[in-house]
Design a protein around this ligand. Sequence first.
Ligand code: PML
Length: 261
Amino acid sequence: MWASESDENTRRHLSAAERLVEEPHLNQVVDEMVLRAKTKDPNDIQISLDLVPPNACRHVRCLPVQTVHTASPERSAALAAEILIRAGVSPKSALAGLAALRNGLGPRGQSLPGASLWDKDTGERVEPDFSKGIRANRFDYSSTGAGVIESTMADYGLTYARTREALAVATKTVNSGVTAEICWSSEPAYTTGYIASPRYGYVRLTGFKPYGACGGRICFIDLTADSVEDYVERLEREFVLIEPPVVIHDPVSAEEFLDQA
Ligand code: PML
């Protein structure tokens, strides 16, 4: 689903979402998509459907979740840099990425519809189109696993739909070979963001986004391992179904996280 506010000359992105579902759930999911799009009051909603052979889907395990409480956005930013570096991103790239996220990754400092791709070593921004970024596509919780993951998350108070969706995005990006992903929400008042990596899983930082900053997402990639095109192909085109269990750790402070990490 892609919802926008369009006129003859411009198209402003408002909302986008994609699901990978079994046929019996199709009508219900399309209805959910339309309802979701309408909350943003668009004048253009596009929905497209593709048939996927079941054996084309790779099944992966959901990333483990850790919430870290920090005292301020400044403390969160320092912790985020530390986590990125420990996850394998160079200090130069980590700091440049965080600064770009704060300034807005889209043209004129707005949000991008997709993720920006950065070379994890040089800090160079490398996605083909800086006005769009790359959208991680073609993933979902499996139909048998979705309820288990949702109820485990609810046991830990993680009931916000954006958290569940972001965990799925992060599970896809990490399973597409990115070294680390960093993200905060386009929802103005929602300040919890996350860093995902193979080393630490899905690490949520509360109070991460400076209040009112626009949303953004950066994937740091290893260009000594694969080309930009390889990453784009996996992020956009590989089908991934996410399976339980999801391991959720009790929340910790920044200091506790760094001591145990
Ligand atoms: C979380 O609650 O774990 C962070 C969610 C980030 C949401 C990003 C978005 O809004 O797309």
